[in-house]
Design a protein around this ligand. Structure first.
Ligand code: ZN
Length: 150
């Protein structure tokens, strides 16, 4: 049973550590599925480990309208990025708050694909790329209110 970590919980400003690849099958494979269900229940488009109290570099996103295109991502690293978009973002951990944030519109990500536990490089664009960058901020203890007034 997962619980949502919300502001002003200090954990939201802590830096997460890498997912241990050797624990993928026994721990993380199932955890990704639990996080996805939890995200859907809370009507989110993205969820990072820290938001459910797990300070590991793991995140799930699904920006599809039908809620049927989830991505499970671990240990992400942006290899290249381009473009610039500014949109108002919300966050499950910060209820009733929207902040304008500048993001890249296209990213090439090196990460572990949490569906299979193998690493690879993946291109993301548009809203999906934005959601991933938002969740990656969580992994380093950054939240949207840190962008206010910038
Ligand atoms: Zn968030």
């Amino acid at each position: 049973m997962l619980n949502l970590v919300k502001v002003p919980d200090k954990r939201l400003h802590m830096v997460s550590t890498p997912m241990e690849e050797n624990l993928y099958e026994t721990v993380y494979k199932n955890l990704f599925l639990e996080m996805l269900d939890f995200m859907y229940e809370n009507n989110g488009v993205g969820l990072a480990g820290v938001q459910v109290g797990i300070l590991k570099n793991i995140l799930v996103v699904d920006v599809s309208k039908k809620r049927n295109r989830p991505r499970f991502i671990a240990n992400p690293k942006i290899i290249t990025a381009k473009g610039e978009v500014v949109i108002e973002e919300g966050c499950l951990s910060i209820p009733d708050k929207q902040v304008k944030v500048k993001r890249f519109s296209d990213i090439l990500l090196e990460c572990i694909d949490g569906k299979i536990g193998k690493s690879g490089k993946f291109l993301f664009s548009g809203f999906e790329a934005i959601a991933i960058q938002h969740e990656m901020d969580h992994l380093v203890g950054k939240i949207i209110t840190d962008y206010e007034g910038k």
